[in-house]
Design a protein. Structure first.
Length: 264
């Protein structure tokens, strides 16, 4: 079904592995088409409860956009390439099911942007992050100027993007670009454990948390319907009161038992 991705579904966790290890999983047009399709599957398949995005091989998560596709582009073609990449990454960011990046090595350029479009990130201790586009006379085009700034702050974002500086896993942790650093061998295990905890919660509430937090950080008003984050939070808080999971959660607390959420 996919030419550049491996996928698997295990206990509700859908793992998407970018699979071009000989090219360090660089993002070409086919990868974007496949990622787009894979996210459609995530949106539509009720058996998928959460998603891990990772890279094939021991060396790279994704080493960037595929530079071989750049050389022949004119300005208009470059703009539509960036728009296509941004749209696929918005589909990841706005997904109501948790999407987590398990960064298993180089996460550069479009790879860092892909990881940042996910809801949060873990990485292995060999990971390296950076936006080295400036070395090619370019800037990030898949949301990197915006998301890196939200995640690590203006000063460090400016320094990384203007210098092309790469940072290692521990600096990424210190800058809050990733939530956890693990040994390479246990990265997927730790990511799975976190997603299992999230999957035991009320899915509608989890989806609303994603929506509200995204309004706090997404600068494109097309994705916020003109609402402030606080307005969105009031509306979403109210929506939760219309769900059976909210009644189940509060009743279970009062009855001193574990809730059994159904996503309704
Ligand atoms: N686009 C296309 N191909 C890429 C790529 C990219 N972004 N990153 C790596 N590759 C390819 C290399 O060309 C090489 O292919 P080849 O074996 O056919 O020559 C293969 O992947 C392995 O990469 P290589 O450079 O030999 O590995 P390395 O260990 O020496 O270096 C990196 C690793 C990540 C430092 C280096 O590949 C690199 O700098 N990549 C580009 C990073 C970048 O600028 N990303 C932003 C793009 S906008």
């Amino acid at each position: 079904m996919y030419t550049t991705l491996l996928t698997s579904l295990d206990n509700g966790i859908f793992t998407i592995t970018i699979n071009r290890p000989d090219k360090l999983n660089a993002l070409n047009k086919e990868v974007f088409n496949d990622l787009d399709k894979a996210m459609d599957e995530v949106y539509s398949n009720a058996d998928i409860k959460s998603v891990i995005v990772t890279g094939a091989g021991p060396k790279a998560f994704v080493a960037g956009a595929d530079i071989t596709e750049f050389s022949s582009l004119n300005k208009e073609e470059a703009m539509s390439l960036a728009k296509r990449g941004q749209d696929v990454f918005f589909k990841i960011e706005n997904c109501h099911k948790p999407v987590v990046a398990a960064v298993n090595g180089f996460s550069l350029g479009g790879g860092c942007e892909l990881a940042m479009a996910c809801h949060f990130r873990l990485c292995s201790d060999n990971a390296k992050f950076g936006q080295p586009e400036v070395n090619l006379g370019l800037i990030p085009g898949y949301g990197g100027t915006q998301r890196l700034t939200h995640l690590i702050g203006k000063g460090k974002s400016m320094e990384m993007q203007m210098s092309g500086l790469l940072i290692d896993a521990n600096e990424a942790l210190q800058l809050k670009l990733v939530n956890y650093v693990t040994p390479f061998e246990t990265l997927l295990e730790k990511t799975t454990a976190i997603l299992q905890t999230i999957q035991s919660k009320a899915p509608i509430a989890v989806g609303k948390i994603i929506e509200c937090i995204n309004v706090a950080i997404v600068s494109d008003s097309a994705y916020t319907n003109g609402k402030t984050g606080f307005e969105k939070e009031i509306e979403s808080f109210g929506d939760c009161f219309n769900t059976s999971d909210m009644k189940e959660g509060t009743t279970a607390f009062l009855e001193k038992r574990k809730p059994n959420f159904k996503g309704q």
